[in-house]
Design a protein. Sequence first.
Length: 127
Amino acid sequence: MSETNETRTIKHARALGYLTDRCTYYNAFSGRTSDLFGLFDVLAIGHGEVMGIQATSKGHRSDHLAKIARSAATYRWLREGGCTQIELWLWSRPKHRWELKRERLTANQLQVIRDRVLEQEEGIGTS
């Protein structure tokens, strides 16, 4: 069975010295998997921070950025957590080897993305 982005993320974060755990669960009623606060696949603790990680492939970057930017939980996590961070871990396999690009997301960046997403949605609704 092939390794998931979530499993790769946990292994890599542990190799970097983080204490990690999976934050997703399967909801048998809906038949879907749910993330912690609707945002995080993995929680990583270490190096003086608590990091919520959304793990995905590079091709799904914009979808996940929009999801994170839209969520009220995002801003509460950043505002009230003190040492909390949000990262998007993007996995790709260009030449038979997995590569990771990490993006640390700030409240300011996410607000700009959120505004753009809302403008686009309003534009679609008015056409």
